[in-house]
Design a protein around this ligand. Structure first.
Ligand SMILES: [Zn+2]
Length: 192
């Protein structure tokens, strides 16, 4: 079972390598630049909307709206809190999952909602775990203008509003999406 699953994943990664060298190099030169640049691209978002109240509350996620920062801090490590509740960004190639190939489901570190299937994970070369698809409607997106002249789309957990990372339109088939996610936002539940 396991070897079948992993050989499929390896096969996929081979295909994405082609995408990776052609696509990223041609369209996103910033991503093949220095590690500092990579960090900068995902970084600098923490200055936005820390205490402005954020978007309107959805009925579904209401149970998490009353969770205070103090309570989140008790549940999370310092880095997990910084990333998920303060829109922080972990350093590239530093997170737990950027190079993980283990089969399983990646859940929200805050509320346990399943967010990404390992089958959709690919090697983006960015140093952050990257996926081309989300599970159901469990991830929502929002415009992020925290870097002037560089509009990005932030992605959050639909249920608890945890900041996860950003989504870009330069991902591989079949979706063409690249969900660039902080490891600190995730908890991998291995399958089998
Ligand atoms: Zn969540």
């Amino acid at each position: 079972m396991r070897s079948v699953a992993s050989s499929r994943i390896v096969g996929s990664i081979g295909a994405f390598d082609r995408w990776n060298s052609a696509g990223i190099a041609a369209q996103r030169p910033a991503f093949v630049a220095s590690g500092w640049n990579r960090r900068r691209i995902m970084g600098a978002s923490q200055s936005s909307r820390d205490s402005s109240g954020g978007p309107s509350v959805s009925a579904e996620g209401a149970e998490f709206k009353s969770v205070s920062d103090t309570e989140w801090k008790e549940k999370l490590t310092d880095e997990q809190f910084y990333v998920t509740r303060q829109k922080g960004t972990e350093r590239a190639f530093s997170g737990k999952y950027w190079n993980t190939k283990t089969a399983g489901i990646y859940e929200c570190i805050c509320c346990g909602t399943p967010l990404f299937n390992s089958i959709t994970k690919f090697d983006s070369g960015t140093g952050w775990p990257s996926y081309y698809e989300v599970i159901g409607n469990n991830v929502k997106s929002e415009s992020d203008w925290s870097i002037p002249f560089m509009p990005r789309t932030e992605v959050k957990c639909s249920k608890c509003d945890a900041h996860l990372g950003h989504v870009f339109d330069d991902g591989p088939p079949p979706t063409g999406k690249r969900y660039c996610i902080n490891s600190a936002s995730l908890n991998l539940k291995p399958s089998g």
